[in-house]
Design a protein around this ligand. Structure first.
Ligand SMILES: *[C@@H]1O[C@H](CO)[C@@H](O)[C@H](O)[C@H]1NC(C)=O
Ligand SMILES: *[C@@H]1O[C@H](CO)[C@@H](O)[C@H](O)[C@H]1NC(C)=O
Ligand SMILES: *[C@@H]1O[C@H](CO)[C@@H](O)[C@H](O)[C@H]1NC(C)=O
Ligand SMILES: *[C@@H]1O[C@H](CO)[C@@H](O)[C@H](O)[C@H]1NC(C)=O
Ligand SMILES: *[C@@H]1O[C@H](CO)[C@@H](O)[C@H](O)[C@H]1NC(C)=O
Ligand SMILES: *[C@@H]1O[C@H](CO)[C@@H](O)[C@H](O)[C@H]1NC(C)=O
Ligand SMILES: *[C@@H]1O[C@H](CO)[C@@H](O)[C@H](O)[C@H]1NC(C)=O
Ligand SMILES: *[C@@H]1O[C@H](CO)[C@@H](O)[C@H](O)[C@H]1NC(C)=O
Length: 470
């Protein structure tokens, strides 16, 4: 009878053990909060503070966008995913990338770090990514790239730095030994809305294969002589929405493959030197609207040029701004004869095209102190250095430690539960053998009681319960 009772209890424990085992297996195939489809894993739109353990090792695409990762550390779960090709960390709360954080990701092609709150990126931050093609850093308004931070990415093809605080410095493409190692295969450089005060000549002159360069919505006032002579493969050059006042006559020299030049919406441009477009190929499309064109003899050539056969026009046409009697009239409605000078000398605005700023190692740090860059809406407080301050740099535990700790706890608790179950079953069996010696009625009562408080009995049979037996 007692032996039968004992075996009747086994299914309960078996089911428990099975459940535990299943949860382990499940955790290994796909972590909670993630979706695993083949080699693509999406852990997006959560509040995850670190990449969870248990992502299949062969995963090639990890979408970890819209979470709460704050620091990308060297030595975390990411290191267990050596086959990653695409890593999307878009819209997290990342403020720092530790040196060597991406070490070992030689297969990674696309890295999206847009819409985070990155500050200083050190020269070792992107080490270990020799195959990276696309790096998207846009929407990090306080980002500062330090010396050599892009010198470790020789195969970059697309770099997006729009809406950041990056200042181009001559040593951006340096290696740690000080040699230049620019990404000569770079095709697409997105530099819009970064507060650029001038063309970042030191950087772009190293990029011979560049095809698309977007510098719209900056503060560039002057396009200097030979600004793009090293960029003969450019097809798209967007300089729109800059306060450009001066374009030097040789500014576009060498742009023999250009197909689109956007010079619209500067609100400042009044004239262009004759022949400035001569280096450009015939079919080039140039946008000139949204400027303060002074329709005098100095841009008579421009009117003629725009009306030459084969010119490609933008939907919006340039208008005269001055003289006042021509204001608001599109070029093509104003007869050529009216583009005339009254004899007064041409007064070009005095704009410094070059600035001789010397940058030294660690200039990012200087920059942050100097500008006292305003804080966006983040969790960090403005008065402390976000990277060194305790609150952020130690979010509870380091992610790695946190993860292994959870692992230990889960394993420990499971082992304890199993041991308790076995001991409980064993004790229950002993009790029932003893019971056999007592009368039937009592046996049933106590057996019932045992069933309810099995675990408690197993741990420490209380004196009261022992009393019941005798
Ligand atoms: C981000 O995730 C939250 C849920 O955690 C969701 O409400 C929100 O719409 C997501 N945002 C975007 C841009 O997907
Ligand atoms: C992971 O890839 C390796 C080699 O590329 C292969 O041997 C292994 O079976 C794959 N594992 C899984 C779980 O797909
Ligand atoms: C990642 O997931 C988000 C939310 O589901 C989605 O909007 C986004 O397009 C995905 N990104 C990639 C690269 O698949
Ligand atoms: C960047 O480099 C500086 C100086 O070498 C170091 O103190 C700092 O910890 C590094 N930052 C990160 C996020 O690793
Ligand atoms: C990453 O961390 C490991 C262990 O702390 C360290 O040995 C290694 O030098 C670090 N990598 C880099 C590139 O700093
Ligand atoms: C880029 O241009 C250089 C020379 O200007 C050339 O040698 C190299 O093959 C090009 N790289 C790519 C990836 O197109
Ligand atoms: C340049 O970047 C701005 C901002 O993202 C964008 O609106 C514009 O369309 C881009 N220009 C071209 C020609 O793609
Ligand atoms: C254009 O790119 C090709 C390779 O893509 C390169 O060989 C060539 O030097 C570049 N042309 C110029 C004018 O830089």
């Amino acid at each position: 009878m007692a032996v039968r009772e004992f075996w009747l209890r086994w299914p309960t424990s078996t089911v428990l053990v099975l459940l535990l085992w299943c949860s382990f297996v499940r955790a290994q195939t796909c972590p909670k909060g993630c979706k695993c489809e083949g080699l693509s894993v999406t852990c997006a739109n959560g509040l995850m503070q670190y990449v969870p353990p248990g992502i299949p090792i062969n995963t090639t695409h990890l979408n970890f966008s819209n979470n709460s990762l704050t620091i990308i550390r060297n030595q975390t779960q990411l290191h267990n995913l050596p086959n990653l090709r695409t890593l999307s960390l878009w819209k997290n709360r990342i403020i720092a990338i530790e040196d060597g954080a991406f070490w070992g990701h030689s297969a990674l092609k696309n890295l999206d770090l847009s819409y985070n709150d990155l500050r200083i990126v050190n020269r070792s931050a992107f080490r270990g990514l020799p195959g990276l093609n696309t790096l998207d850093l846009h929407g990090n308004p306080r980002l500062c790239l330090d010396f050599g931070s892009l010198g470790t990415l020789p195969n970059l093809q697309r770099l997006v730095l729009g809406y950041t605080n990056v200042i181009f410095i001559p040593g951006l493409f340096q290696t740690s030994s000080g040699n230049l190692n620019p990404p000569v295969g770079l095709l697409d450089l997105q530099l819009w809305e970064m507060g650029l005060l001038r063309i970042p000549y030191e950087a772009i002159k190293e990029l011979p294969n560049l095809s698309e360069l977007n510098m719209s919505q900056n503060k560039i006032k002057c396009i200097h002589h030979f600004a793009f002579t090293s960029n003969g493969n450019l097809t798209l050059l967007d300089l729109s929405s800059n306060p450009i006042a001066i374009v030097h006559s040789d500014a576009f020299e060498g742009l023999a493959k250009l197909s689109t030049l956007l010079l619209d919406n500067t609100n400042t441009l009044t004239m262009l030197p004759e022949g400035v477009f001569d280096p450009l190929p015939n079919g080039v499309k140039i946008c000139l609207y949204g400027n303060k064109w002074n329709c005098d003899c100095h841009i008579k050539w421009l009117k003629s040029w725009t009306e030459e056969e084969g010119r490609v026009h933008c939907a919006q046409k340039p208008n005269c701004h001055t003289p006042s009697d021509l204001q608001g009239n599109p070029f093509f409605t104003v007869p050529k004869e009216l583009f005339q000078c009254d004899g007064s000398v041409l007064n070009l605005p005095n704009v410094a095209c070059y600035s001789d700023v010397k940058y030294t190692d660690g200039f990012c740090l200087e920059l942050q102190q100097k500008h006292n860059i305003p804080m966006t809406t983040t969790t960090s407080s403005p008065s402390t250095d976000p990277i060194t301050k305790k609150k952020v740099s130690t979010p509870t535990l380091s992610p790695t430690m946190h993860q292994s700790k959870i692992g230990f706890i889960v394993t420990g608790v499971s082992i304890m539960l199993i041991v308790i179950l076995i001991v409980g079953v064993f004790i229950a069996r002993q009790i029932r053998i003893q019971k056999k010696l007592h009368d039937q009625n009592k046996y049933f009562n106590i057996s019932y009681e045992n069933g309810d408080s099995q675990l408690q009995m197993a741990e420490s049979p209380t004196p009261e319960k022992e009393k019941v037996f005798h």
